[in-house]
Design a protein around this ligand. Structure first.
Ligand code: GLA
Length: 393
């Protein structure tokens, strides 16, 4: 929270510096880490994320008289973005940082809420491109800003879905619902088991001071072809068709084994079989982990996290050698219950469940051994489950 207050104060100071007046609104939305349940959301399955103590903050105020566009400064850019807020800007082909905001403004307009011309400053301490949902944080913060401008609420579920739509249409990323839901609905001290079919969240307490969630950024991002994520979605859809279920959520390992001959006959059948195997077993692990976490069975949680990583490495094939190395290092360390890659894959971060009193020693050990093996310096921080989108002013 301290972190957020400081960021909000900084956003206010920056706003005053840029526009010579105080902001009317200050809103924020967090990034997230997924404890378990990877690539299950678009298969109607289960995910178990929590919001992290890293936020994107927007300080904003109405535009000056006579100005009919938005002007937005980001601290990491020298030039502000300017764009029309009246719906006349179509989704651009090349994605720029401010398109998350533009897209959200467009999608939220479906609710009848309009966005007046405004000026704003955006600040974030969510690592960008690290698989911690910096884009969802920006979208959800923008939707929260529009709610404040209109003095009305969209409703949490609809708000998250509109932000997801913005990501699809304006960032050309066919994501599931996890990131925008947790950035909207996250609750201080709780992880969230989300049933992505019914969209019903179950909040599970994660507030034992003896336990910490450690995030370590591998600081690598492998863009192989750029189509890895949509390809996985298509392979899962194909597997569901071969299994004659509406989504992989409805499949079981027995069903998959029985259908093995059908998969074998297909082009790339083995690939689809393994994708389905990951999703089916990951759904089971996710529900099991939420239960184990609720019961404070940390060793069991850890076991499930390691299994999840193996499944992502061998069956879903979304890890990379740096992340595999990091998980192998974590396995040997005292005080680590479990560790796995988190997020979309091909780089980004690992998430570990660790003993709080050993956090510093664990970070030091992972950092030096990871660097020794890969030549890359990782960045690490521990976090508590944080609050979702907030209005600060
Ligand atoms: C990205 C997407 C999510 C989800 C994860 C993988 O973060 O935005 O919807 O599919 O990848 O679990």
């Amino acid at each position: 929270m301290q972190n957020l207050i400081e960021l909000a104060q900084k956003s206010k100071a920056e706003f005053i510096k840029c526009y010579n007046t105080k902001p009317t609104w200050i809103v924020a939305a967090p990034g997230r880490v997924n404890l378990i349940g990877e690539h299950t959301d678009y298969n109607d399955g289960f995910v178990f994320p929590m919001a992290i103590e890293r936020y994107t903050v927007i300080a904003a105020g109405p535009a000056e008289d006579g100005v009919d566009e938005a002007t937005v400064f980001s601290l990491s850019k020298t030039e502000p973005a300017t764009f029309k807020v009246d719906g006349s800007v179509p989704p651009p082909e090349q994605v720029e940082w401010w398109h998350y905001m533009l897209g959200t403004i467009h999608c939220v307009s479906e609710t009848g809420m309009t966005t007046p011309p405004f000026r704003a400053v955006v600040l974030t301490n969510v690592p960008l491109g690290g698989g911690l949902s910096s884009s969802a944080a920006f979208e959800v913060a923008t939707a929260t800003l529009i709610e404040e401008m209109n003095g009305k609420k969209i409703g949490d579920e609809r708000k998250a879905l509109l932000c997801q739509q913005a990501e699809h249409e304006y960032a050309h990323m066919p994501c599931g619902i996890m990131d925008q839901f947790i950035s909207t609905l996250g609750r201080d001290g709780y992880a969230m088991l989300l049933d992505c079919r019914s969209r019903e969240p179950k909040m599970v307490p994660l507030d034992d001071p003896a336990i910490s969630v450690l995030i370590v950024n591998s600081n690598v991002k492998h863009e192989l072809t750029g189509s890895e994520y949509p390809d996985r979605r298509l392979q899962c859809e194909k597997a569901a068709i071969l299994l004659r279920v509406s989504a992989l959520r409805d499949a079981t390992m027995e069903k998959l084994e029985a259908a093995k001959p059908v998969f074998d006959e297909e082009h790339n059948g083995d690939l689809c079989y393994r994708r389905a195997k990951h999703v089916i077993t990951e759904n089971e692990r996710t529900v099991a982990m939420a239960y184990a976490l609720h019961k404070k069975q940390w060793a069991e949680c850890g076991r499930l996290m390691y299994e999840s990583h193996d499944s992502m490495r061998d069956d879903f094939e979304i890890t990379c050698k740096e992340l595999d190395t990091m998980v192998e290092i974590a396995k040997t360390l005292d005080g680590v219950f479990g560790c796995r890659m988190t997020g979309g894959g091909f780089g980004g971060c690992t998430v570990s469940l660790v003993e709080t009193e050993k956090v510093d020693a664990i970070i030091a050990e992972i950092s030096s051994r990871y660097q020794e093996k890969t030549g890359i310096e990782p960045t690490a921080f521990a976090t508590r489950p944080a609050q979702g989108a907030v209005v600060i002013r």
